[in-house]
Design a protein around this ligand. Structure first.
Ligand code: ZN
Length: 498
């Protein structure tokens, strides 16, 4: 059942649909209605991919926007209970939103009996949902309209019937722990890559050519095979041979949770062991070579060890963000959970926009507000909680495992390739993330001791919390300290300087 084999290696070495697998193109409401009510049985599995026009920024690089693009094409590879396969390409620009809602969103996305398979699945689902809301995609209204529906679906998407192969790709398939895209996954699992030659063909033109249809359908179809192979790999040796997609999805989820748990506990014990080892080493060297000498050697050892750990942590963060982070002109914005207050201050010191979530009355409000702020303001959520990370309440979430705030800062700057020029240092209030403005108001300056007022020319006010700052001795020390630690950055973020 699970070994689906709907794709094969084509003569050009790329993956193609197996001989005799037809693709249906649907671009009318009636067509969609007929297809789902007459031609397909009760669905049990749906692989989904969606296409939307790329958005280019001024410098010509493709970039992600604050809000989701509407999909123009949805490709589904469906398996029904009679085990028949159907490959459909649906023109979302032609079908009425009500039909998309009824046949795709409600009957598939919201139906917990249908296993949904995708690669970065939530992105595609979001784009399909957004395509059903009003055609004006600019401005806040549109955003409001579908936000509630999306929130509801997002909640559902944490259920077992949703299988994002990207998560398994990074954890189980690619030994280096990175998810490098769907074509990498098909190369590893199915033995050949996807041909991306048609990726930039005229998807806006109608009718679509047969090769375009097959190309589009293949992105969904290959997910079926990749799903089957992923199940084989992940559950192999566990004595599990699931008979249907739902059992397979459940098995995958169990395995993923076990993996997270295993890694978390390994990290806990490694941290403990590392410290013990260091102490022992110090003692030994102390005895052998005398105090002064040993001290130097020990520092070097430790520096090496720290550098390796830092680099590993950074690589891990890179793999967490590889599916969704695209470097843009402006530096990314962050929101830290309350355990990462030190990191938030460090990021702010570097002039980066970083909110800090504070725990209000109830736990539930705290997490929800943090996630909502992250989504609304396009912020990357930084958390130190494995549990929160696993819940994937929002797409852009990073688990920060390193303890020290300077080390955390280094990893974040390196992983996101952010460079911090000196002129950005201390341009934000580290207490509240507010920006500074030159403060000239006499009434405000009066509260400052006359000696300080005489000594300094410029005073700055945080636009948010109204605290007044000046560049005193403390500032100098902090500035030099931070500057020094950024210069020592061993993780190579500095190379990316613009
Ligand atoms: Zn402030």
């Amino acid at each position: 059942m699970i070994d689906l084999k709907v794709c094969e290696r084509g003569p050009d070495g790329y993956l193609q649909l197996s001989e005799g697998r037809g693709v249906r193109f649907i671009d009318t409401d009636e067509g969609l209605e007929t297809f789902f009510s007459c031609q397909v049985g009760v669905l049990c599995l749906c692989a989904l991919d969606a296409e939307w026009p790329p958005v280019f920024s001024n410098d010509g690089t493709r970039r992600r926007r604050g809000h989701t693009q509407a999909a123009t094409l949805a490709q589904l590879a469906l398996v029904d209970e009679s085990r028949a396969h159907h490959f459909v390409v649906i023109d979302l620009m032609k079908i009425s939103p009500a039909f998309v809602k009824q046949h795709i969103i409600q009957a598939i996305f919201e139906c917990s009996d249908v296993v949904k398979v995708g690669y970065s699945l939530w992105q595609d689902v979001k784009a399909v949902v957004v395509s059903t809301t009003s055609s004006s995609t600019e401005g806040g209204h549109h955003h409001q309209n579908h936000q509630e529906e999306l929130n509801g679906l997002r909640e559902m998407s944490k259920g077992t019937s949703w299988v994002d192969l990207q998560r398994y790709h990074g954890e189980f398939i690619n030994p280096r722990g990175s998810a490098l895209g769907l074509t990498d996954l098909t190369s590893v699992l199915l033995g050949c890559p996807l041909n991306k030659a048609l990726q930039c063909s005229a998807w806006g033109d109608r009718p679509l050519r047969q090769d375009q249809l097959e190309y589009a359908a293949l992105d969904a179809a290959c997910l079926l095979d990749a799903f089957g192979k992923t199940v084989d790999r992940v559950l192999k040796g566990k004595g599990e041979a699931p008979l249907n997609p739902m059992d397979a999805a459940k098995g995958l989820e169990r395995a993923l949770n076990a993996k997270y748990e295993e890694r978390a506990s390994r990290n806990r014990s490694q941290n403990g062991r590392g410290q013990g080892k260091k102490k022992k080493k110090k003692k030994k060297q102390g005895r052998a070579r005398g105090e002064v000498e040993s001290h130097e050697g020990d520092d070097l050892d430790r520096a090496d060890e720290v550098a390796v750990l830092l680099q590993e942590g950074c690589e891990e963060i890179k793999s967490m963000i590889s599916g969704w982070f695209v470097k843009r002109e402006e530096p990314p914005k962050f929101i830290c959970d309350e355990m990462l207050g030190g990191l938030a201050k460090q990021l702010r010191s570097c002039g980066l926009d970083c909110e800090l979530a504070v725990r209000p009355t109830s736990n539930c409000d705290y997490v929800r507000e943090m996630v909502e702020t992250a989504e609304r303001e396009d912020r990357i959520l930084l958390t130190s909680s494995v549990r929160l990370y696993q819940r994937r309440l929002t797409e852009q979430v990073v688990l920060v495992r390193t303890r020290g705030r300077r080390e955390q800062l280094q990893q974040i700057l390196a992983a996101f390739a952010v460079s911090v020029p000196d002129s950005n240092l201390f341009t934000r209030c580290i207490l509240c993330n507010g920006r500074f403005e030159r403060c000239t108001e006499e009434a405000k300056l009066e509260s400052i001791a006359p000696a300080i007022r005489r000594k300094h020319e410029a005073f700055f006010e945080c636009v948010r919390c109204k605290k007044v700052y000046w560049e005193g001795k403390k500032y100098e020390t902090a500035f030099q300290g931070l500057k020094g630690s950024l210069e020592k950055l061993t993780l190579g973020a500095g190379k990316d300087a613009r």
